[in-house]
Design a binder for this molecule. Structure first.
Ligand code: AOF
Ligand code: ZN
Length: 340
């Protein structure tokens, strides 16, 4: 419940748990460019009468968690211990219970002792997985979890994939002509994307920790694979190349054996990489599609026809992706997104 003055009337507005968790998700997103491979997490402290007393989010990998920043915000705002005892702490992910780079948030919450804690979802990290909420509950604090769970899972799909499937989240991306070609037969790469959709590709680069291409793409396109048309980090560049000798792969990660996709994914997971954007070409994309080890596919189809060239992969995706299709229409092309 929230009360405010409007034209001299005292208005009362009831906010739901879902709305406060939505606020946590909005805050969590502010950490998007800085926290990987950690999850994005937001927290809000709400008074007994529904006022937001303090807010916080996980801002930086290795830095304080959302709950710590939220209680620090409460201190700054002069929120009293008494107010905290009557308040509810909303957090988009279960508070941690382990000593990582920071001490357990669950212990901090127990010491501050709000009346109630609401978590959007449990933390699948095996170091936590329910123990955070158990700690809080054992201290006599009322707990609820699983509020807006789908939205919470969707925000952290990359982190969740690494925790639950022990591999990075894989996004395949390519552009093709209307008649199904990914490239022409000439020496020069075929330009399919428009300046606008190119910018969207750079946004995707900033959202993922790594970007992967095959040897043919490196030889033909000499791709920079940098994030220059969007803000954010440059992802780690990865090549699958059986003959890397003589190429300039400084700063890249190169796998010589390009036939074992699950080996590559295992190795990336060991390195703590939670996401990989595969930008082609056809050989690599077809190989990965055949393994079934991918999560999303983004295909840009231009209006152009070139009649012959290198065929794009078949749109032969498993049913859970095929039925989850989202289409965006742009001036010169259409974007088909499977599985997002
Ligand atoms: C929370 N609140 O804001 C986040 C949590 O290495 P550390 O100490 O930063 O711990 C990272 C782990 O903590 C991460 O894998 C995830 O399980 C949890 N993240 N937990 O209570 C937060 N970011
Ligand atoms: Zn924590």
């Amino acid at each position: 419940m929230q009360s405010f003055l409007y034209n001299d009337f005292i208005c009362t507005c009831y906010m739901t748990d879902e709305q406060y968790i939505q606020r946590c998700l909005d805050l969590a997103r502010l950490g998007e460019k800085y926290v990987a491979p950690n999850p994005m997490v937001g927290a809000v402290l709400v008074s007994a009468d529904g006022r937001i007393l303090a807010e916080g989010w996980h801002r930086q990998y290795g830095g304080p968690h959302a709950e710590v920043n939220c209680f620090a915000d409460a201190d700054r705002r002069g929120v009293t211990p008494g107010q905290i005892h009557g308040a509810t702490l909303y957090v988009s992910l279960e508070p941690c219970s382990h000593y990582g780079k920071t001490p357990p948030c669950a212990d901090l919450i127990v010491s501050k002792h709000p009346r109630r804690v609401v978590a959007g979802m449990l933390d699948p990290n095996p170091l936590v997985s329910g123990r955070g909420m158990d700690k809080v509950r054992s201290a006599g604090i009322e707990v609820t979890s699983g509020v807006m769970e789908d939205a919470c899972r969707s925000l952290n799909k990359r982190f969740l994939c690494l925790m639950e499937k022990h591999r990075p989240y894989v996004i395949l991306k390519w552009a093709q002509t209307r008649d199904g070609f990914i490239d022409g037969n000439g020496d020069k790469p075929l330009v399919i994307s428009s300046p606008y959709t190119k910018q969207l590709v750079h946004k995707m680069r900033a959202e993922n920790m790594s970007i992967l291409v095959g040897a043919n793409t490196v030889a033909k396109d000499h791709p920079g694979l940098r994030t220059t048309r969007w803000t954010g980090r440059h992802p780690l560049r990865i090549a699958l190349d059986r003959h890397p000798e003589g190429k300039n792969y400084e700063g890249w990660l190169v796998y010589r054996d390009n036939t074992d996709w699950s080996f590559v994914l295992d190795d990336l997971a060991r390195r703590g990489i939670h996401s990989v954007l595969v930008e082609g070409g056809a050989t690599v994309l077809n190989h990965i599609i055949a393994t079934g080890l991918y999560d999303e596919v983004h295909i840009e189809v231009s209006e152009k026809c070139i009649f012959h060239g290198v065929s794009a992969p078949k749109w032969d995706f498993p049913s859970h992706l095929a039925k989850n299709l989202y289409i965006e229409q742009y001036e010169e092309s259409t974007l088909y997104i499977f599985g997002a």
